[in-house]
Ligand binder design. Structure first.
Ligand code: CLF
Ligand code: SF4
Length: 479
């Protein structure tokens, strides 16, 4: 069980909105509007809105030690999966199919499989085509930053409002341990020279994007023993420079991926180490719901429907504008209704002893609801709940327990790793066997809130826990 975290991380948007001075509120409203339906920039939006990555950028201009070129760019995804590269025209055909079938689609991104800006021509040609097909879509790209500074005017002119730069260190001595080489000025550079050039270009690009009012997210790969101690300082520097969001993702380094770190047996951070590092960051706002998705990911962050569309040979239909409008109206109404219910339970929880804290995992497949069976979950959203509110700690991946109707005992090590430190796991359903096994490990499986809103359920459950704890304390005192 952990102590309460910094006040700034508490989910209490309703309360903040009530207290905000008018000028600040209107600036924040404009910003809120820019992120309201972006699943990566808004924690709430990821429950409702989907993105598609168009894998049109094959080449890369640097070599990271956590990347194997046979696979996707792991700056904005995870290694070990390969995307079929598409031409801009093929990519837009795929987008047509997805937009026709998925009214939740709000963002079109380019995130590899190499670097979006090392393939500038293909990237901007694709965005031109996307703009014609789906003018209301938000455009998003991800880059290592080496080719960024000169392309900021093009980014702005194409209406690309969201850019991710992966910056793993701002100290060359640290960065030189992360990159094998960078290709710059028509030659390959290594060591400190490479690290200095890359950092300089990344920060120059970041400043230029902020000046152009583009929303910048910075991704940093947490590499234990190399940059983990440095990331809180980087986080503070990002805030100073005006980055909108900082997304610290865990290193993935398996020998089977064939990356330099994987082959060297470099350790990956545990979820608890990642969460502890995030607690030490007090600068730029943190993203905690990244799905580390692949360069052709399609759908909500918690799902990937790419295979369904990649395999389709159906002639693409036009995007269904009516369905898209209806979906947006539904989301607006749903958000409003849930916000009112959440405010009520937050007020009810406010008087509880602030030292009482619970960590809870939730099985969800989207919609901001507890709607996944324990046996089907491939990831859990983890929250810390106290009288101060609900704090989203992050996503923890696990192996699926139920395979073809049978429980798979081999999944337990990964399930226990994902649920480590949790007092409870909230699920839509769970069988007797896994429930008992969790109870033996001190984890309470809760299915009373199946299909209900996550935050509201957490607070209602927490309040019941607090009442039970208070009753227990009184009984103990009397005895
Ligand atoms: Fe894609 Fe990245 Fe745009 Fe999102 S992903 S280019 S900002 S639309 Fe999102 Fe995926 Fe994490 Fe990236 S969950 S890996 S942060
Ligand atoms: Fe790989 Fe991306 Fe790094 Fe390029 S920027 S080496 S594609 S992880």
């Amino acid at each position: 069980m952990n102590g309460p975290g910094p006040r700034s991380q508490i989910v209490s948007l309703g309360d903040i909105a009530l207290a905000r001075p008018r000028a600040a509120a209107s600036a924040a409203c404009a910003e809120d509007e820019r992120i309201a339906d972006h699943p990566c920039y808004s924690e709430q939006a990821h429950h409702y809105f989907a993105r598609i990555h168009l894998p049109v950028a094959p080449a890369c201009n640097i070599q990271c030690h956590y990347c194997n070129r046979k696979y996707d760019c792991s700056n904005e995804g995870r290694p070990g999966v390969t995307s079929r590269r598409l031409s801009p025209e093929e990519a837009v055909e795929r987008l047509k199919r997805v937009a026709a079938a998925m009214p939740q689609l709000s963002v079109v991104g380019i995130a590899g499989p190499g670097d979006a800006l090392a393939n500038g021509e293909r990237t901007f040609t694709t965005f031109d085509l996307v703009r014609k097909l789906l003018p209301e879509a938000k455009l998003c790209l991800s880059t290592n930053g080496l080719a960024l500074p000169e392309q900021v005017p093009l980014i702005r002119d194409h209406g690309i409002d969201h850019v991710t730069i992966t910056i793993n260190a701002t100290e060359p001595e640290i960065a030189q341990r992360i990159y094998a080489w960078v290709y710059y000025g028509k030659r390959r550079r290594t060591g400190l020279d490479a690290a200095r050039i890359l950092i300089e270009r990344q920060l120059e690009g970041l400043d230029a994007l902020v000046a152009a009012k583009v929303l910048v997210k910075v991704n940093s790969v947490m590499i234990p023993g190399i940059n983990d101690h440095h990331l809180p300082a980087l986080n503070a520097e990002l805030k100073r420079r005006g980055a909108f969001l900082h997304n610290i993702v865990p290193l993935i380094a398996r020998p089977e991926h064939g990356t330099a770190f994987g082959l060297a047996g470099h350790p990956e951070p545990t979820p608890q180490e990642l969460e502890a590092l995030r607690e030490r960051c007090g600068g730029a706002k943190l993203m905690r719901h990244c799905g580390q998705c692949r360069a052709d990911a399609t759908g909500l962050l918690a799902e990937d429907r790419n295979a369904e569309f990649a395999a389709s040979s159906e002639p693409p239909a036009e995007p269904d504008r009516q369905a898209r409008d209806i979906y947006r109206r539904f989301v607006a109404r749903d958000r409003e209704a849930r916000q009112a219910a959440r405010l009520a339970v937050r007020r009810a929880a406010a008087g509880i002893d602030p030292t009482l804290v619970r960590t809870v995992a939730v099985a969800t497949k989207g919609g901001d609801r507890i709607n996944e069976h324990f046996g089907h979950a491939r990831h859990f959203q983890v929250y810390r709940v106290s009288a101060l509110g609900v704090v989203h700690l992050g996503i923890r991946r696990a192996d699926r327990y139920c395979l073809g109707g049978e429980g798979d005992d081999d999944a337990w090590p990964s399930l226990f790793a994902a649920l480590a430190g949790c007092d409870a796991v909230m699920v839509a359903k769970i069988g007797g066997g896994p429930r008992r096994r969790l109870a033996e490990a001190g984890i309470n499986a809760v299915e009373d809130y199946a299909l209900a809103d996550i935050e509201e359920s957490l607070l209602v459950w927490f309040r019941a826990q607090a009442i039970a704890a208070a009753g227990h304390a009184v009984a103990h005192h009397v005895a």
